[in-house]
Design a protein around this ligand. Structure first.
Ligand SMILES: [Zn+2]
Length: 228
């Protein structure tokens, strides 16, 4: 078990500038996931007890132009692929649904209100899905699985870095508070983050990885994506 690694990942690239002087700050997409990983790393460093499996923290680039960073890592992993017990992706974990989101005319927005979390993944491994569900319950969060399928027209299952790992039959979980009215616009700024939700999300993601790392059985892949 100690040879196995639970990998957390988040992309740290965004969209640059709009050519008119506007900066795409990407506070939610994905500075939120990027700094959540720093906090999670620090929390693991402070754990007195060895969790069993190792923890890997991976920041990837070139997500926005085609998931290239995660694809490169999945093609050239630093640890043997069979030793990657699970990959947990954080992409946009810092906002909550507001009245402005409700009034927005943009289509396909998935921003979650209250204690709801958009969950994608868990389909490859019953054990991983169970750990996800029990950790949501212990964290006071509610999973929204509406987008967790291959046929959803928004194709969120394919649109972030976890998919690079899933394609290698590594079981994945992807957490997000969802796409909002400022998604991929210059309005994705720090002032629009909901720090209470952001903290709750970060703590929850930490606990999921801890529970996976501590799980005494194997994180069995009973439904590999290569067979879908
Ligand atoms: Zn993103």
């Amino acid at each position: 078990m100690k040879n196995e690694v639970v990998i957390y990942l988040a992309h740290y690239d965004h969209l640059g500038t709009d050519g008119l002087g506007g900066v795409f700050n990407g506070a939610d997409d994905n500075a939120s996931g990027t700094v959540a990983l720093l906090e999670i790393a620090e929390a693991f460093m402070m754990e007195k007890k060895n969790p069993g499996r190792s923890i890997g923290i991976l920041w990837v680039s070139a997500e926005e132009i085609g998931l290239y960073g995660s694809q490169y890592f999945a093609d050239h992993p630093l640890v043997a692929r069979e030793n990657i017990a699970a990959a947990i992706n954080l992409d946009m974990v810092g906002r909550t649904k507001t009245k402005e989101d409700e009034a927005s005319t943009r289509s396909g927005l998935t921003i979650q209100g209250g204690d709801s979390v958009k969950v994608i993944g868990g389909l490859q491994s019953k054990v991983l899905m169970e750990i996800n569900e029990s950790t949501l319950a212990e964290s006071g969060l509610v999973g929204n699985y509406k987008y967790n399928n291959l046929t959803d027209p928004n194709r969120y299952f394919f649109r972030s870095d976890h998919i690079s790992f899933a394609r290698k039959d590594i079981p994945v979980l992807f957490y997000s508070t969802g796409t909002h009215r400022d998604y991929h616009m210059v309005g994705d700024v720090e002032e629009s983050l909901d720090y209470e939700k952001f903290l709750k999300m970060t703590r929850f993601c930490y606990k999921v990885g801890l529970n996976v790392a501590q799980y005494s059985g194997s994180i069995k892949v009973d439904n590999p994506m290569s067979k879908w």
